[in-house]
Design a protein around this ligand. Structure first.
Ligand code: GAR
Length: 216
């Protein structure tokens, strides 16, 4: 059984999708803990309700990022995870942290990387006149939003979209994409070669959402 620790900062809908698919599909894995940097994060209540251990490492209690990262790592290591999953975790993690979990730290980012790293991805995609947008699951490295890409989901940008409607359409696909990618990881189906992630069975490493079918 692979042990998964999930980090989040807010509502935790991606965490919820992973927890549910892991249980429903009988992955060789278990979500052993959910850790948040925000005491009030909605995702904590859901996890506790499912009987999953929870912890809070409040970033406001630390003088600098290094100290926060170190305490976060101590907390995570208590559960001896095989995989650490960032699911809407909104703190930048330092190089010592990303090195410690090298090759076993995944993130979902709400854009088609390498486009739109950082914040406000949907607003920026609309402002740029993009006709498609999406989400990326990637292996986390020291460079923000730049690690090897595991899988991507693509959705159309509609002429009347605002950042909220586009975020909603992308999020529905994140809920398909991220569990798929985490499952591949815990099943040992992924290899990282020269900065690229290959699926051993050549499974399509993308999800395409046709207009009108975005929430399928
Ligand atoms: C998701 O859209 C995720 O891609 C994004 O935060 C949201 C979290 O939603 N992550 C980032 O922006 C990371 N840079 P959730 O809490 O409902 O899963």
């Amino acid at each position: 059984m692979k042990r998964i620790v999930i980090l989040l900062s807010g509502r935790g809908s991606n965490m919820q999708a992973i927890v549910e698919r892991c249980a429903d599909e009988g992955w060789p894995a278990q979500v052993v803990a959910v850790v948040s940097n925000r005491p009030g994060a909605g995702g904590l209540a859901y996890a506790a309700g499912r009987g999953i251990a929870t912890a809070v490492v409040d970033h406001r209690a630390f003088a600098d990022r290094g100290e926060f990262d170190a305490e976060l790592a101590r907390t995570i290591d208590h559960w001896q995870p095989d995989l650490v999953v960032l699911a809407g975790f909104m703190r930048v993690l330092g190089a010592a942290f990303t090195r410690r979990y090298e090759g076993r730290l995944l993130n979902v980012h709400p854009s088609l990387l390498p486009a739109f790293t950082g914040l406000h991805t949907h607003r920026r995609a609309i402002e740029a006149g993009c006709k498609v947008a999406g989400a990326t699951v990637h292996v986390v490295t020291a460079e923000l939003d730049h690690g090897p890409i595991v899988a991507q989901a693509v959705v159309p940008v509609m002429p009347d979209d605002d950042e909220h409607t586009l975020a909603e359409r992308v999020l529905a696909q994140e809920h398909r994409l991220y569990p798929m990618a985490v499952r591949w990881f815990v099943e040992g189906r992924l290899v990282i070669e020269q900065g690229r992630v290959r699926h051993l069975d050549r499974a399509p490493q993308w999800v395409l959402a046709a207009p009108g079918h975005e929430t399928a």
